[in-house]
Each structure stands twice: as C-alpha cells, then as structure tokens.
Write a protein that binds this ligand. Sequence first.
Ligand code: RIB
Ligand code: CA
Length: 313
Amino acid sequence: MSTPQKIIIDCDPGLDDAIALLLAFGSPELDILGITVAAGNVGLERTVINTRQLVDLAGVAVPIHPGCPAPLFRRLETAAHIHGDSGLKGAEHLPPPRAPVSDEHAVPALIRHLRAAAPGQIILACTGPLTNLAAALIQAPDIVTGIARVVVMGGAVAQGNATPAAEFNFLTDPHAAEIVCRSGAPLEIIPLDLTWQAEASPARLGPLRGVDTEVARTVLSMIAAYGRKGRHINSDGPPLHDPCVIGHILWPDLMQGQRGGVSVDVLPGPNEGRLTADWWSVAKPPLPQALVLTEIDADGFFARLCDRLLRYK
Ligand code: RIB
Ligand code: CA
C-alpha cells in the first residue's frame, strides 16, 4: 500500500457527514490529521458532540477542533428539519461522547497543519459550510501552498436544495465559499448535480442489512431516519451527499466532471449562494478554475462504501 494521504476533514455532522466520516475512518489510505467542525446542519455545540460520538463509534483517535459557530456574515440557519435537532437523528442509541475535544480552534489548527506541510501535501475534504477554511485563508493566505486539493461538497449548477438557485452549504456561507473559490487552492467541487445520483436505495444498502455491527446498524438507522427521498423522479432513497467527497478521494475512477470557471453569488436575493460554472470561459474577467464533478457510478460507489463499512467489527 502506498503512503497514506494526509487529510483534514471539515464537516457539520449531519447524517451524511456521519457516513462520510465513518467511510474515512475505515479507510487506511487516509492519514486523518484532524477533524475541524463547522456549524451548519445544526449548531456547533451539537456538531462537535456528533463528531465525538462518531469518533467513539469508529473506535479511532483523531483530534477534533471546534470551529466557527456562525457564517462569516449571514445568520446561521440550520437544517435541523432534515437531520433532527441533534443532527444525528436515528443515532439516539449512541452513548454520550467520550472522545476528547482539542482546545485548539479549527482555524489555528488548519493554519498550523498547512504551514507545517510540505508543498501540496494535505487534502482538505469539506462537507459543510466553508466558514473555517475561509477564516483560515483570510488570516493566513500563505497556507494555500500546503494544500494538495480542496474537495468540497457544495453548490448546484442546475437546481438547488435550499433555494432554487443554491445548495445548503454554499447558501449557509456564500462569502466563505467565494473566498475558497478565489483562494488559488486546487479546487474540486462535488455539487448536487452529482450527489443527487448517490441515492441510498434499499438495493444499494443491501450488503449492510442484517449485519450485526454497531456501525452497520447505526448507518441503516440514520438513513431510515433521514427518510427523505431524492427529488428525482422514481427516487428510491435519500441522497448521500457528503460521502461522495471521501469516495472521490479514495476512488477517483467512479466520478467524472469537467474543469470550468467557478464563482458563488454573495449578493442577497434569489441567487444568493448560487454556484456559477463557466464551462466555456466566457466570463470577463475570467473566473478561478475548478474541477466540477457531475457524474458518478452510483452502484459502484455504494458497493465500495458498504465494503468499507463492513470492515468495522
Ligand atoms: O446540501 C447538502 C449538504 O448540506 C450536505 O453537506 C449536508 O450535510 C448539508 O450540510
Ligand atoms: Ca454536511
């Protein structure tokens, strides 16, 4: 096995963040330097508790750094109506958290790791609003040097889920998303256009059914609680947005997209938080470039996801 890839995961657990973390914790290809926690799906107090419970569930030891409790400018509007007041509905059976919380805030932790890194050494996997990373980039723009790639679940080129124009993460903190787009860091965006395809259907979850492990039971219980069907016609399960970030890092053969200019609309109004993808480079001045992933082999992804989750004993 090649040398594990150094990675920092920034997240706002959240049901799909939870499955993304369990996938990452169960993947020896990744050397997880830390988890930086954002406010988003629910408030920061809960996203930190949820992160601790997931670290306990996975039986790993990973530094947990609480981050910014609110977006840079906007007021925090959570997605508790989807993820439950706790942020982990369906996981109420998990015991109170024991994993320690670092006394180092997410922003200085990001700066410390990235300044200590060799050029292009660390992957940033971001599955929530980008407030922590944006704050770090504002405070220390030089940290871009240490970033290998920023892989972000966010945005929607076509149809939003928070508004017709905007996806939840980018609407929650559009200023942070635009700062990350303009940072010069190598950026790979996984928008709803791809993640809607990653629906957790009964057939795709079949390998987990009846498996007597805490992880399998908890994942199935959270997905059942998630309950939502996708918005696509004939949807037969909720879309697992955030695991696609870890999946893309682990298995790049499963997802495809194209490079284009990107920007996020920060102006109040119907387009606030909208991701613009300039496939034909017509924007003037030109927009910063990113790889925007739009296609996934969803059956292949779920087969590999379940295989990883089944490794937990
Ligand atoms: O729009 C989906 C994204 O918003 C996911 O990251 C989900 O966890 C929520 O944060
Ligand atoms: Ca999330």
